[in-house]
Design a protein around this ligand. Structure first.
Ligand SMILES: [Zn+2]
Ligand SMILES: [Zn+2]
Length: 343
């Protein structure tokens, strides 16, 4: 099969590889679309340390069932499917608690840290366990299905946040994750969703995608504006989708006493936190990791148009063009959001 292989850092090559083998509980998927994730770009340059070459990256994918192992009885060839990026063991303490995203033996598709190597979906075929495969509705486009993984991050963040009908939410960062998070927050009952970003183009898009208000913290005092909109109290819930000291402080300063901030972005390993402000205002900080089996909800929300992703897809290109798209993403070409490759 053809595959886009990371042969060394900063070097992606189209190569001929054997089709992946599959075990009795596995599904062989013929990949029709695979999104380039920000984490793949950090894998490409070696900065994350989690994608040691040689590796086929790619974990945001959809396609058709090509074959399956003997224990798989409920799929047929040609079924349209997507799959979770996380392979969980189903047996550890956290899996038993229903927290598969925190699995002790968690592996990620298309990732190769020191402990394991799991080839991903920038290839004609990929093998995944049946328990992470989800069927897609007949009319669901593959290139949109490749964004379910990103949607699931926002849906999970919202689902673990204390939201009440009629709440105001602040979403800091209007990139891919921020934009799906704001849509999920609206769907969960936030009637006012204020998106913050330092890029006005992203704010315009956030507005088209359902933000009721947008603020650029480089141009206005965003927390002061949020207080004005909320009778001087602040928003009930904040979502931080960036991960820098300044952006986390902005999120914290935008929520009311007793409010919560869900931390999704983690661009920095460490930040300075306004600790006394958080403690004395009893603000709850909640980390959110990946997603925990929210795929069926995501598929439904997208199929019904409650969460829209089509405007976030910048390009849908052949796999062979992968190296040049990685380069463009690596160099932060403006207005480039999600690039989906088609094997
Ligand atoms: Zn990803
Ligand atoms: Zn587990």
């Amino acid at each position: 099969m053809n595959a886009l292989l990371l042969t060394e850092y900063m070097k992606l090559e189209m190569v001929e590889m054997p089709e992946p083998e599959f075990g009795v509980d596995d599904v062989l998927v013929r990949v029709r679309a695979c999104g380039i994730c920000g984490s793949d770009v950090h894998g490409f340059d070696g900065s994350s340390g989690r994608r040691n070459p040689p590796l086929v990256m790619g974990h945001e994918a959809a396609g058709e069932v090509a074959a399956f192992g003997a224990n798989v009885g409920d799929l047929k060839p040609g079924d349209r499917v997507t799959f979770d990026s996380t392979v969980y063991c189903g047996q550890c303490f956290f899996c038993a608690r229903g927290e598969a995203n925190l699995c002790e033996n968690r592996q990620v598709i298309g990732v190769a840290p020191k402990e394991y190597r799991r080839h991903g979906a920038f290839a004609e075929f990929v093998t995944v366990p049946r328990r992470i495969v989800y069927k897609l509705p007949e009319s669901f486009p593959f290139e949109q299905a490749a964004l379910i993984e990103a949607v699931s991050i926002g849906v999970h963040a919202v689902s673990i946040s204390p939201i009440k009908l009629g709440d105001t939410a602040v979403v800091v960062g209007a990139g891919m994750i921020g934009t799906v998070t704001l849509q999920a927050a609206r769907a969960a009952g936030c009637t006012r969703v204020i998106a913050l970003d330092i890029d006005d183009v992203k704010l315009e898009q956030a507005k088209r995608m359902g933000a009721t208000d947008v603020l650029n913290p480089h141009k206005v005092d965003a927390p002061a504006e949020v207080l004005k909109m909320t009778e001087g109290r602040g928003a009930g819930v904040g979502f931080e989708c960036v991960g820098y000291t300044e952006s986390v402080a902005t999120a914290v300063n935008c929520v009311r006493k007793g409010g919560s901030v869900t931390l999704v972005g983690n661009l920095s390993q460490k930040i300075d936190l306004p600790l006394q402000y958080v403690v004395t205002r009893q603000i709850r900080l909640q980390g959110s990791c990946a997603s925990n089996g929210e795929y069926p909800q995501c598929i439904d929300l997208m199929a019904r148009g409650v969460i829209k992703v089509a405007p976030l897809i910048s390009a849908y290109a052949p796999l062979a063009e992968g190296p040049s798209w990685f380069n463009r993403l690596y160099h932060h070409e403006p207005n480039l959001m999600k690039v989906v490759l088609r094997p």
